[in-house]
Design a protein around this ligand. Structure first.
Ligand code: MG
Length: 247
């Protein structure tokens, strides 16, 4: 069952729910691993190089892009990682190859993307009880919208806020602020649900939200969440037992 760290925050139902996407509604790693393997094999074959050399170059390019851009949506753009990686291998700019690798990455990623258990149950219960839902996610809008379509989640959200919209990745307050502006409600009694203790939980707390940590994924560090849970079925039961959702 969910573990509650601050009872006062859970006296009534939420007035709205903000939701992270990656590693909160679906596991990132299986889809990413499949996509990355395919891209590295394709790039190595196209450039006549060993996979390990391409992997090292692309990994370094990713670190360089992230360091240069800082916490903004374009710092997650794989087209930039692949372009810089190809150039760093001495092959000059190759926009066709970079675009082909990027399209391949996402095609394989989307073929391997699966929701966590009971996400639909949870979202349906919120929607059926009139609780507004806003997705708050870091990355460019196009990629995140395509994930939503492949996950068949297009009918559940009242609003979608990406860090491309807000200008800054979480934990910066920009995305939380934009979500609250769109919902036209104050942060009290708004839940932020995410898997990342720093960006979702610390960031959400700093913006005055009630924070719920989905315990999974790569993040193991201590969290300041007001509540944490393992499975959406458990969070759904917690809400249904209190009659905050109708079914
Ligand atoms: Mg996440």
């Amino acid at each position: 069952m969910p573990h509650i760290y601050d009872q006062d925050r859970f006296q009534t139902e939420p007035s709205a729910v903000l939701l992270d996407l990656d590693n909160t509604l679906y596991p990132f790693e299986p889809a990413h691993s499949a996509a990355e393997s395919e891209v590295l094999a394709m790039a190595a074959q196209q450039m006549g190089l060993a996979v390990k050399h391409v992997r090292a170059a692309f990994s370094q390019a990713r670190q360089d892009v992230k360091k240069r851009l800082g916490p903004v949506a374009s710092s997650h753009n794989r087209l930039l990682y692949f372009s810089r990686g190809i150039e760093s291998l001495g092959r000059k700019a190759q926009p066709l190859l970079a675009l082909t690798l990027e399209q391949t990455y996402w095609n394989v990623f989307f073929q391997n993307i699966r929701l966590f258990d009971d996400v639909i149950l949870f979202l349906t219960a919120l929607k059926g009880s009139g609780i507004p839902i806003c997705l708050v996610t870091d990355l460019t809008a196009e990629v995140q919208y395509r994930k939503i379509l492949f996950l068949e989640l297009e009918n559940y959200f009242d609003y979608i806020v990406t860090s491309e919209d807000s200008g800054r990745d979480k934990p910066d307050p920009a995305s939380f602020r934009l979500a609250l502006e769109l919902l036209q409600i104050p942060p009290e009694r708004v839940w932020m649900i995410g898997d990342n203790p720093q960006t979702d939980i610390d960031g959400g707390r700093a913006s005055g939200l009630t924070t719920l940590l989905k315990k999974n994924g790569p993040f193991m560090s201590a969290s300041q969440a007001h509540l944490d849970f393992d499975r959406f079925a458990d969070l759904h039961k917690f809400m249904r037992d209190r009659k905050w959702v109708l079914y």
